[in-house]
Design a protein around this ligand. Structure first.
Ligand code: R5P
Length: 293
């Protein structure tokens, strides 16, 4: 097995390859003057099972998806046996059904595109809805980075932490965190207007008075969900509020607005490399790959 260092996840891929002591294949990448992507594998993959590690987060998620497809195609053309894609953040997974008439299912298109590029199986992390895995024309699996995020708070010395999901759909995430944190668990309710994208959040019977609360979510995008949740928690007398997510997209001034809403710290993973990538997914991904060696 060899690990191809996807241009969007070089550091994570290097960490994974050193954890499991597997040879790297560097990639030369560039953008042509007309905006098109170019990749070139800098190593021999003939007869190898290869793992491409490449996240597809913003900015330029379309370009990162194309790089992934081009790396898979290049690997197969160079004689690779099996191509596994490890895509910590998989773009377009939130358009997982036709919410409005006239829409498509973007994740279905992405799945078929990746299948056509030569990928044989895919590993992702905390995909927004597991049911979309059936859209892929090959074996696709999701694993969870929530325990790693919860362990971060334990290591920081926080005790009796309340794990909060910002909506009912994320309750399984909060429950997973609670297994590590050992405190209370609960969720808010969130209703989204499909035309405007605006959300309305509410809390029923949530008692967080005097508590340390961590809001866990799979993705933070504009930050609106976390800002709204933090306001409710403050109104309900929470003493300390933190937030953690697997995919800290943090678009625009999201982090500023979250911190201004009274959240003391934002903790994300290197699914989306940046200043909030305080937890690495390398141990989680390595464990999965070790099982396949
Ligand atoms: C939605 O259900 C997701 O789990 C996240 O809560 C959502 O994508 C966050 O988006 P934003 O940060 O824009 O509120």
């Amino acid at each position: 097995m060899k690990i191809i260092l996807g241009p969007a996840s070089i550091e994570l891929a290097e960490n994974v390859s050193s954890l499991i002591d597997i040879q790297n294949i560097p990639v030369t990448s560039k953008i042509f003057p007309d905006g098109e992507s170019y990749v070139k594998l800098e190593g021999n993959v003939l007869g190898e099972n290869v793992v491409i590690i490449q996240t597809t987060c913003p900015p330029m998620q379309d370009g990162k998806l194309f790089q992934l497809a081009f790396m898979a195609d290049a690997a197969k053309r160079a004689g690779a046996n099996k191509v596994t894609a490890v895509v910590p953040y998989l773009a377009y997974t939130r358009q997982d059904k036709m919410f409005l008439s006239g829409e498509g299912i973007s994740v279905g298109t992405i799945a078929r595109m990746l299948g056509a590029s030569g990928i044989d199986n895919l590993l992702t992390v905390n995909i927004h809805s597991e049911h979309v895995l059936s859209e892929f024309p090959f074996l696709a699996k999701t694993v969870s980075g929530i325990s790693l995020l919860a362990e971060y708070f334990v290591k920081q010395g926080h005790k009796n932490v309340f794990a909060l999901a910002p909506d009912k759909g994320a309750m399984y995430i909060a429950q997973e965190a609670q297994q590590v944190l050992g405190g209370g668990v609960g969720h808010l309710s969130k209703v989204r207007d499909r035309y405007t994208g605006q959300t309305v959040q509410s809390a029923e019977g949530l008692d967080v008075e005097g508590q340390t609360v961590v809001i866990f979510d799979d993705i933070i995008s504009t930050g609106g969900t976390i800002v709204g949740a933090a306001k409710i928690l403050k109104e309900r007398g929470a003493k300390h509020v933190f937030t953690a997510c697997v995919h800290p997209l943090l678009i625009g001034d999201a982090s500023k607005r979250i911190l201004e809403a009274g959240v003391e710290e934002i903790v994300g993973t290197d699914s989306v490399p940046g200043v909030y990538s305080k937890v690495s997914l390398a141990p989680l991904i390595s464990k999965q790959l070790k099982g396949a060696i």
